[in-house]
Ligand binder design. Structure first.
Ligand code: EPU
Length: 460
């Protein structure tokens, strides 16, 4: 197992290119099951969740080819199996999106419920409700969702929102199922997230008839068959937002390229509210440098809500930023009310945070100091890395496999923009501090492996 070792206090400088969206590519990969022709994704991110999804598809009988330039080709010419077992789906929730395509194409599907998740309860009742509305018989049986519609799915009008609002993957699942249903489906209360729009755009390229993408009312006219296509997914807005916050937090000049500023309007608005300057063009955002010793962000509240409001997937990173703000900010989480695993770890680094139910009050400014911290989920891990970048001294983020689920080579890319960060085996002790107290951003990183704390396994 690896850990990330970060020496904080360096303003970041340089350009970083955003990868294809993880949350867009997962349902797009599942959509490949809807056709017997190849689906090509030229810009799939090289992250663990994509590898897990490809394993799920292979377990169903799809043929997967990964090209050296990163493109992925999936062909589900014959899908002999309609069962996605626990062994394959347990790694990530995105795998539940094979339910709709399997049901639409095979008229039956059995998908193990994705495992419990540290960010809170994650039911799939709305996915099941949507499939039932399309005429499927759906049951929960020993931890598996079993669905069948032997005479085929039939389009219908449904309300898909739930108590917490719309569901992103639920909308994706039902939309995919409805593309091959008989007749017209109308989804009211649909998710408006860019990832849902991107999936819809891919399905349209495959021959689906879909209207209303990006609105809460999506209309799908079922067709007899879909065909292959090539679809480049949208840039990852959460990765882009994480790099923008990294620049803002360290007082650095970070140019985040290949992103969609229009997908991050709320983040940019909150940065302005916090008094942090940025510049942006059609496909880039750049943070404007400032002296963190003389100036800090204004405390700025956020409430996570469905798109286009503040995304839950940037809540932890925003909290890391607010630990340096001059005053008190309130963070409210309405999507996953328990998504606060990062709070205790940030407090280990000196942050002053009080959690109350689904909200957290951050009292700043705190001089964060390096500590041993534990990653618990993808976005919490990102927040700890960000905190490490601005903390005094050395931070070690353990269990980084969480961050590898959604960020491609995070340490290499942060290093390219001036961060002092290395990935090492958990068993290795390392000191990345500068020997002389050199000013930030001057000397190149010198990694010194000190002593293996415990002997390394032979051949490691
Ligand atoms: N919900 C239900 N019933 C359902 C489905 C959802 O009650 O059947 C509730 C959830 O408990 C939650 C709310 O509805 O309170 C919204 O959940 P949603 O279904 O939209 O979440 P998701 O589709 O499972 C995707 C992303 C998450 C992201 C959420 C919200 C993927 C693979 N995952 O999950 O991304 O936080 O939408 O935007 O697309 C991440 O990338 O770190 C991540 C967790």
């Amino acid at each position: 197992m690896d850990k990330l070792v970060i020496q904080g206090g360096r303003p970041l400088r340089g350009s970083v290119k955003v990868a294809g969206s993880k949350n867009a590519v997962l349902p797009v990969l599942a959509a490949s099951l809807l056709t017997d022709e190849p689906l090509v994704i030229p810009n799939a991110p090289r992250v663990a969740d994509v590898r897990s999804m490809l394993k799920v598809l292979e377990s169903l009988g799809s043929r997967v080819v990964q090209h050296s330039d990163g493109a992925i080709e999936v062909c589900s010419a014959s899908v002999p199996r309609s069962e996605a077992t626990w062994e394959h789906v347990r790694r990530m929730r995105g795998s539940v999106t094979v339910l709709g395509p399997l049901l639409a194409r095979m008229h039956r599907a059995c998908v193990s419920l994705p495992g419990g998740c540290v960010i809170g309860v994650r039911p799939i009742d709305l996915h099941m409700k949507g499939m039932r509305a399309l005429g499927a018989k759906v049951d929960l049986d020993g931890g598996d969702v079993r669905a069948e519609a032997f005479s085929g799915l039939v389009g219908s009008e449904m309300y898909l929102g739930g108590a917490q609002g719309p569901t992103v993957l639920g909308t994706a699942n039902v939309m995919m199922a409805a593309t091959l249903a008989k007749g017209r489906t109308v989804i009211h209360g649909a998710a408006c997230e860019p990832e849902v729009v991107d999936l819809g755009d891919c399905l349209i390229k495959m021959g689906a008839k879909i209207h209303g993408l990006g609105s809460p009312r999506i209309e799908i006219e079922g067709v007899k068959r879909l065909h292959g296509a090539e679809h480049a997914v949208i840039p990852d807005r959460i990765e882009a937002g994480t790099f923008v916050i990294a620049g803002a937090l360290t007082g650095g000049a970070v140019r985040v390229e290949n992103c969609r500023p229009d997908h991050l309007m709320i983040l940019l608005e909150r940065l302005s509210e916090a008094g942090l300057a940025y510049d942006h063009g059609e496909d880039w955002i750049a943070t404007v440098p400032y002296d963190t010793r003389a100036y800090g962000p204004r405390p700025t509240d956020v409430t996570t809500l469905p798109y286009p409001a503040f995304p839950t997937d940037l809540q932890a990173q925003w909290m890391a930023l607010m630990t340096t703000a001059r005053g008190m900010s309130l963070i409210s989480e309405t999507i996953f009310p328990d998504r606060y695993m990062h709070v205790a770890e940030l407090m280990r680094m000196g942050a002053n945070i009080r959690r109350q139910g689904a909200s957290a009050i951050v009292m700043g400014p705190a001089q964060l100091t390096g500590a041993q911290v534990m990653a618990s989920d993808l976005r919490a891990s990102a927040a700890l890395v960000l905190a490490g970048l601005v903390a005094r001294g050395q931070t070690e983020v353990h269990r980084v496999y969480h961050i590898d689920r959604g960020y491609e080579r995070i340490e290499e890319r942060l290093k390219e923009i001036g961060a002092s960060i290395v990935r090492v085996d958990e068993n290795v002790s390392i000191d990345t501090s500068e020997p002389d107290e050199e000013p930030a951003s001057s000397a190149p990183l010198r990694d010194k492996v000190i002593v293996p704390a415990t002997p390394l396994p032979s051949g490691a």
